[in-house]
Design a protein around this ligand. Structure first.
Ligand code: FE2
Length: 161
């Protein structure tokens, strides 16, 4: 009688999984913070182009949630957990530029761009760091960078000359 075949949890090599977790975890935490701080911005923006900026911020929040999900699920698909509890998110990305109360749209836009730029720096580090380790995880980071670059463009176009 043959022994039941053991099915491994994932098909990944431990080095690949560790690298994916190392480089993609900061993206998950930064993007989760953006979903919260972007809502703060969405609720409190005032002034020029109110409707457009208010609605754009909701779109950016939705994208951030999708990007976080993609990065987190890549880590989990490789067999590792991620601590994305609120305490971990706050520790990584607590220092938002988004103000606590009402603010004019130009200031809100600059604040959200600043938060996005911090995530973009981690995203570039992930693209570079994963280059010789795991192209599939690097592709996740590239997809996120492409999306954040576009959202940043939509924001910056409101304040560019
Ligand atoms: Fe809303």
């Amino acid at each position: 009688m043959s022994k039941a075949q053991t099915v491994s949890t994932t098909a990944s090599d431990p080095t690949v999984a560790a690298a994916a977790a190392q480089f993609l975890s900061p993206l998950v935490l930064g993007l989760e913070a953006l979903t919260v701080n972007g809502k703060q911005a969405h609720w409190h923006v005032r002034g020029a182009n109110f409707v457009g900026v208010h609605e754009l911020l909701d779109t950016i929040v939705a994208h951030a949630g999708d990007f976080a999900d993609t990065a987190a699920e890549r880590i989990v698909a490789l067999g590792l957990p991620i601590d994305a509890r609120l305490s971990a998110v706050a520790e990584k990305a607590g220092a938002t530029a988004v103000p606590a109360g009402f603010a004019q749209s130009d200031d809100v836009i600059r604040a959200v761009i600043s938060d996005i730029d911090a995530i973009l720096a981690d995203t570039q580090a992930a693209i570079d760091g994963l280059d010789e380790i795991d192209l599939t995880s690097q592709d996740v980071a590239i997809e996120i960078k492409r999306g954040l670059d576009k959202d940043r463009w939509f924001l910056v176009s409101h304040i560019a000359a």
